[in-house]
Write a protein of this length. Structure first.
Length: 199
């Protein structure tokens, strides 16, 4: 009798272990794809298009290259965007040095405008912002005076937009914020970004 109960207990434990291994393998597959599903089966950045609408943000037309380069290049599950500037929908751009012609707050707004242009390029390349798994790396360049030391606060205009659109987990990546004495056409901010993406 005891032998039968022991065998039944071992079988039950074996079934539970098997279920656990299958579940673990499934999660491992998801990790290998570069993202961890949430309880509702969605990735951390899913719903980016919906959040964009909720924020009332209408993206501009994707900017066209002004030299010999591609706005974005995808290699496997990584999307590299070229440096984007603060282009307005009317074709003009935010120009001037932060700390002289522009205030820190105006620099922040310019960086946010760059973010909208990058999002437009990403959507145009992928077909949907929901294909972004997460923001990986950001390089932000601020055209500023020699004594200006608030580059991180300026680039926050871009970074905070990414968090709003992709969420806290997927929208916050590694980042560098650097001051420079000149940018093409005297634009105030230039930013490039790297995204992890999926099919």
């Amino acid at each position: 009798m005891h032998s039968f109960q022991n065998r039944r207990t071992l079988i039950r434990q074996g079934v539970l272990i098997g279920i656990g291994l299958c579940a673990g393998a499934s999660l491992t597959d998801e990790f290998d794809n570069g993202w961890m599903p949430l309880a509702n089966g969605q990735s951390p950045s899913s719903g980016a298009e919906k959040r964009l609408k909720e924020l009332g943000i209408v993206l501009p037309q994707p900017p066209k290259p002004v030299a010999v380069y591609e706005p974005a290049v995808r290699v496997g599950n990584v999307l590299y965007t070229s440096g984007h500037g603060p282009n307005r929908p009317d074709g003009s751009s935010v120009q001037g040095k932060v700390g002289r012609e522009l205030t820190r707050e105006q620099g922040y707004d310019a960086a946010k405008l760059v973010g909208m242009n990058i999002l437009s390029t990403v959507r145009n390349t992928l077909g949907s912002l929901d294909k972004v798994v997460r923001l990986v790396k950001v390089l932000g360049l601020v055209n500023c005076t020699d004594d200006f030391a608030h580059q991180p606060q300026v680039i926050n205009g871009f970074s905070e937009l990414m968090v709003q659109v992709f969420g806290e987990m997927a929208g916050k990546g590694a980042r560098s914020a650097v001051g420079t004495n000149s940018l093409p056409n005297n634009i105030a901010v230039e930013i490039e970004a790297i995204f992890e993406v999926r099919e």
